[in-house]
Design a protein. Structure first.
Length: 248
């Protein structure tokens, strides 16, 4: 299982996506609002907004909710001003962790995130302490029922950096600047992805087991459960057998 997809697969197995749909909507609304505020409300001219809207549609967010979020970002409706940024730190076993946040109260967010790190045998670090261990890339993943040859050919022709067969999924890696073009080329061929996003991919992985593995998964859960946290990236690797044991 690919390291950077580990947490997504664990969440899928736990059924966490459906259980936390309300929180997912909250995070998506923030992302749409901020994207519209920064780059305007035109989906064709604002790649970040288009990606956020597509993700919202994929999560079955109602059209009027999406439109209200765009209008708030553009100033057509009253809305909250959000500050965005990142925290960096370490989890159990020295796992590198990056937390992306959007908040209307930075003091509250810092206190909450620090508490989560400390409670689960981790610690917040300074900016730059772990970011060098990750690469920002576009990642488009497909189930293995898709035609790999078609994926491979289409993706590379559109400018993808790499196409991988990870056993349980096919993954296409792009430069962030080429992400939308590659994604649109795949869509034009009728190829349906499972996830498509610009993410942080770790360069190396840290293997965990036992108590450290349990603490890491609990930390990820708590961080993603926080309303101010948009995304969490970490370079942990936990075996399928260990995950099965923890989830029993």
């Amino acid at each position: 299982m690919a390291g950077h997809s580990k947490w997504a697969n664990i969440k899928h197995r736990k059924g966490a996506q459906d259980a936390k749909r309300g929180k997912i909507f909250t995070k998506l609304i923030k992302e749409i609002t901020v994207a519209a505020k920064i780059g305007g409300g035109d989906l064709e001219a604002n790649a970040r907004l288009r990606t956020a809207v597509d993700k919202a549609k994929g999560s079955n967010m109602p059209k009027d909710t999406i439109e209200r979020a765009i209008k708030k970002g553009c100033g057509d409706l009253d809305g909250v001003n959000y500050e965005e940024g990142t925290f960096e730190g370490y989890g159990p076993g020295g796992v590198a962790v990056i937390v992306e946040f959007m908040t209307d109260n930075r003091t509250r967010t810092v206190a909450d995130v620090r508490h989560i790190f400390n409670k689960h045998n981790g610690s917040l670090g300074v900016n730059g302490s772990v970011a060098f261990l990750f690469d920002r890339k576009g990642l488009i993943s497909f189930d293995t029922e898709q035609d790999f040859d078609a994926l491979f050919e289409t993706a590379l022709e559109a400018g993808a950096e790499d196409v991988k067969d990870e056993g349980d999924a096919y993954e296409i890696i792009t430069d962030p600047a080429d992400f939308m073009e590659v994604r649109d080329a795949l869509a034009a061929k009728g190829l349906q992805w499972q996830t498509a996003e610009v993410t942080m991919i770790p360069q190396t992985m840290v293997g965990l087991e036992g108590k450290q593995a349990e603490q890491m998964l609990k930390m990820m859960d708590k961080l993603e459960d926080n309303d101010d946290v948009q995304n969490v990236y970490a370079n942990f690797d936990i075996s399928d057998e260990e995950i099965a044991r923890i989830m029993e």
